[in-house]
Design a protein around this ligand. Structure first.
Ligand code: PSV
Ligand code: MN
Ligand code: MN
Length: 391
């Protein structure tokens, strides 16, 4: 008999989908176009709604501005509602204009900094129209060569821009500051790690929090330690889930190292991260930040949601009393065994049962495949420009 607390957390877990997962994507070498991909933000939301339909766990979709630019965001929000989902986080884009070659908010040229900050402010306008709580900031800013620019001055410029945007947020809105070790800057990135993001968000105020993108760390980094630290400091706001084998590749979460995902989610549990109210300012947003370059996109998202659910279920199965007792006794192997017992449990039957209890198909991948939606969009979506990464 499953512990009711396990059921409750799994039934209420929300995983946000990125609109850009549904468009064509690729590497700098080649974007492989797939038939039937969305031609506009409305169709991306329709595809995201399919993921929610079969998993019941993905009720929001993150937008990326201007990739998802529309003339009427309130209308887009209504469309999402009609499809059974809602618009979530607004992601800014200050990395795709020629102006940003030497940086956006840290650029030495005040004109470019102004342009970048204005874009971030415009993203808050979009949030007002869509009712979004979170603004996610990722900066590609950095330098490629020693001496190229003043590392410290760039921190000053960053702090100035962040403060201006933070001041523009409503009381119910948050800023998520994401860090990334490297790429596209190859010598020094302006927000390279959690410590930098933490320090900036601390200076800004309590509605500025850190977004941990699981793909943005050096190999062997202990991400669960970062999660534990940030949660303890009330500064963990969100995850961008994905997998990487080498550098950041936005592969499906849980694909490279499901054990790491389990360890991360155990720290979320340990830190009370599953106890927050949906929509509250202290909620941890579980988002996917992925691109499906060679696999079909909707099934790729369904699989990813299921991977997060499976890792969460395993984290919830850790016998915390037994773990605490073993830890208190200094029983190293006993404590580790409690952990591994949970990780080694096959939780798939339990999750299938929970889906069935909610009237859903126990096998979301098979149910989507049977639905014929994939064939339908190939037939329907002809002509028109495909939207998304590399479009
Ligand atoms: C670039 O690395 C990136 O993948 C960041 O993780 C952002 O969250 C995402 O793009 C969308 O801007
Ligand atoms: Mn990310
Ligand atoms: Mn990334």
């Amino acid at each position: 008999m499953t512990d009711p607390r396990v059921t409750e957390v799994l039934n209420s877990q929300h995983i946000e989908l990125p609109s850009w997962a549904f468009g064509n994507s690729g590497t700098r070498f080649k974007v492989f176009a797939q038939a039937g991909v969305p031609r506009d933000p409305y169709e991306k939301i329709a595809d995201a709604a399919q993921v929610h339909k079969y998993t019941g766990a993905a009720p929001t979709v993150a937008l990326h501005i201007p990739w998802d630019k529309v003339s009427d965001y309130a209308d887009l929000a209504r469309h999402a509602k009609d499809q059974g989902v809602a618009i979530g986080t607004i992601n800014s884009n200050v990395f795709q204009d020629d102006d940003y070659m030497l940086g956006s908010v840290t650029n030495p040229d005040p004109r470019v900094r102004r342009k970048a900050t204005d874009h971030l402010l415009e993203c808050v306008d979009v949030m007002d129209a869509t009712g979004s709580r979170d603004l996610k900031l990722w900066f590609s800013d950095g330098i490629n060569y020693p001496g190229q620019d003043d590392i410290r001055a760039r921190q000053d410029r960053l702090a100035e821009a962040l403060a201006e945007v933070y001041a523009r947020l409503g009381d119910h809105q948050r800023m998520l500051l994401e860090y990334k070790l490297f790429e596209p800057a190859f010598y020094a990135t302006d927000v390279p790690d959690w410590g930098t993001a933490y320090a900036h968000t601390l200076a800004l105020g309590e509605r500025a929090v850190v977004c941990v993108d699981t793909g943005h760390h050096a190999p062997s980094t202990n991400i669960e330690f970062i999660v534990a630290f940030l949660l303890r400091a009330n500064k963990l706001g969100a995850f961008d889930f994905n997998s990487r084998f080498y550098a950041d590749d936005d592969l499906m979460v849980g694909a490279a190292d499901p054990f790491q995902l389990f360890r991360i989610l155990f720290e979320v549990l340990r830190g009370g991260g599953f106890d927050r109210d949906p929509g509250a300012l202290d909620e941890i947003a579980f988002m996917l930040d992925q691109c499906h370059n060679i696999e079909p996109k909707i099934p790729g998202q369904i699989r990813s949601v299921m991977n997060v659910q499976e890792a969460t279920a395993k984290a919830l199965l850790v016998d915390r009393d037994a773990l605490a007792a073993a830890q208190a006794e200094g029983d190293v192997l006993g404590a580790n065994a409690v952990f591994m017992d949970a990780y080694n449990t096959d939780v798939r039957p339990m999750l299938a049962e929970l889906r069935a209890a909610k009237g859903r198909d126990p096998d979301p991948m098979a149910a989507y495949k049977r639905s014929g939606y994939a064939e339908q969009i190939v037939t329907d979506r002809v002509g028109g420009q495909q939207a998304g990464w590399g479009a």
